[in-house]
Design a protein around this ligand. Structure first.
Ligand SMILES: Nc1ncnc2c1ncn2[C@@H]1O[C@H](COP(=O)(O)OP(=O)(O)O)[C@@H](O)[C@H]1O
Ligand SMILES: [Mg+2]
Length: 377
């Protein structure tokens, strides 16, 4: 059995975005050394790392250099080729595994895994041609949504088909004529997500669901705890734990879910820290980033209890009007607010540049204050 990697060791992170940056902050706080790997030299996690390797995912010489001296390797980005993880795993334990990554990064494999595992999810059909799409709408019914199998995020690579009048050929062309899944539309009341961590020896820790509110298909607010019944929250946690076991997760997994009439429908899986868990940094016993590190290294997992109700609001590039750095004074002056900026350089519309977490006596108040701070920027 793999031995825990104790603080003082070196953790390698594949990917250099904000999720890697915040994982690196957590790792360094625990006394680990951190190495990051990303095709971009300006990746925002690199500033936190002891060393950064800039190279393509398929550059085996660079991957060998990166892995040398690492006690563990993990990832923060879902679209890394599984072959990259497989290559690194020959010399260093790498979590999550190439197989978990391959399942979660491809919608078809992900949905097939969920269905085969008996996890409730939207009815779906795999489609690999226009003819298959035409047949699939008959079994799945309307409304439904066509999604690409690969590289979808923030609602990209999706076409909603509201009624039988929908133009299937146009939808097929819009997803690039690539393979995908046709999914039944779920008339949900709320979107939630659950973070679950699991170690190589099967220990687990799960957080309470967060409630997610999107704007233009991008996460806007995440509220913790979600405003759902105790029974629904328990069902959500149980499903996340069951998925972690069935997929043989090592590391951290976010499970996106829909709540429909008090029951859970699982939407998708992300085997890494998740935007909807950023409030755990300031509002929970253990942040998702530290939990990620603990799980990957085989340490005892940390407590998951909320310290206070909280709301996290994303700071997208749109807030940098005319490219100008916003005035952060109001946020910084609010004792219940914490400002996190990712130092990503150029702000572009829709680009995730940072977030604010507000804690308050109630989740409604946290939401109101987070919205007000955001609106004042
Ligand atoms: N089957 C569905 N029924 C209802 N809403 C959906 C469905 N699939 C996706 N959505 C909506 O679109 C959003 C993005 O879809 P998702 O599958 O999570 O892809 P991604 O987050 O990778 O873009 C979801 O958060 C949800 O609001
Ligand atoms: Mg999603």
């Amino acid at each position: 059995m793999e031995r825990p990697l104790q603080p003082g060791g070196t953790i390698g992170i594949l990917g250099g975005g904000q999720l890697g940056r915040m994982s690196a902050i957590a790792a360094r706080r625990l006394g680990y050394k951190v190495r990051t790997f990303d095709p971009s030299a300006g990746a925002c996690a690199a500033a936190i790392a002891d060393e950064h390797v800039t190279a393509d995912w398929s550059d085996t010489a660079a991957l060998t250099r990166f892995a040398q001296g690492c006690g563990r390797v993990t990832l923060e980005f879902e679209n890394i080729p599984p072959a990259t993880v497989e290559f690194v795993a020959k010399s260093v334990p790498c979590h999550p595994s190439a197989s978990v990554l391959a399942t979660c990064q491809n919608r078809r494999r992900e949905k097939e895994f969920l269905r085969a595992s008996g996890i409730p999810c939207a009815d779906f059909a795999v489609v690999s041609s226009l003819a298959e799409l035409q047949a699939a709408v008959k079994s799945v019914g309307f409304p439904c949504v066509l999604k690409t199998a690969d590289f979808g995020y923030d609602g990209k690579g999706q076409v909603k088909l509201p009624t039988a009048e929908a133009d299937l050929a146009a939808a097929w062309a819009k997803i690039g004529g690539a393979g995908g899944v046709l999914e039944a539309w779920v008339p949900f009341q709320m979107e939630i997500s659950v973070l679950v961590a699991r170690t190589v020896d099967g220990r687990t820790a799960v957080y309470d669901p967060a409630e997610n509110i999107h704007r233009d298909h991008i996460l806007h607010l995440s509220l913790s705890p979600a405003r759902i019944s105790a029974a629904t929250a328990a069902e959500a946690r149980e499903l996340a734990l069951s998925i972690a076991d069935k997929i043989q997760l090592v590391g951290l997994l976010a499970v996106e879910m829909f709540v429909r009439d008090g029951r859970i429908v699982v939407n998708e899986l992300a085997p890494r820290p998740h935007n909807s868990g950023h409030q755990t940094f300031d509002a929970h016993e253990t942040s998702q980033f530290e939990q990620h590190v603990r799980a990957v290294c085989g340490l005892p997992l940390g407590g998951t209890k909320p310290l206070a109700p909280s709301a996290m609001v994303n700071l997208l590039g749109d807030v940098w009007r005319d490219g100008q750095e916003p005035d952060w004074t109001k946020v910084l002056a609010d004792p219940s607010a914490k400002l996190h900026l990712y130092d990503k350089g150029k702000a572009a519309p829709g680009r995730k540049m940072g977030h604010i977490t507000v804690t308050a006596p109630t989740v409604e108040e946290a939401m109101r204050r987070a919205e007000a701070l955001h609106a004042a920027l």
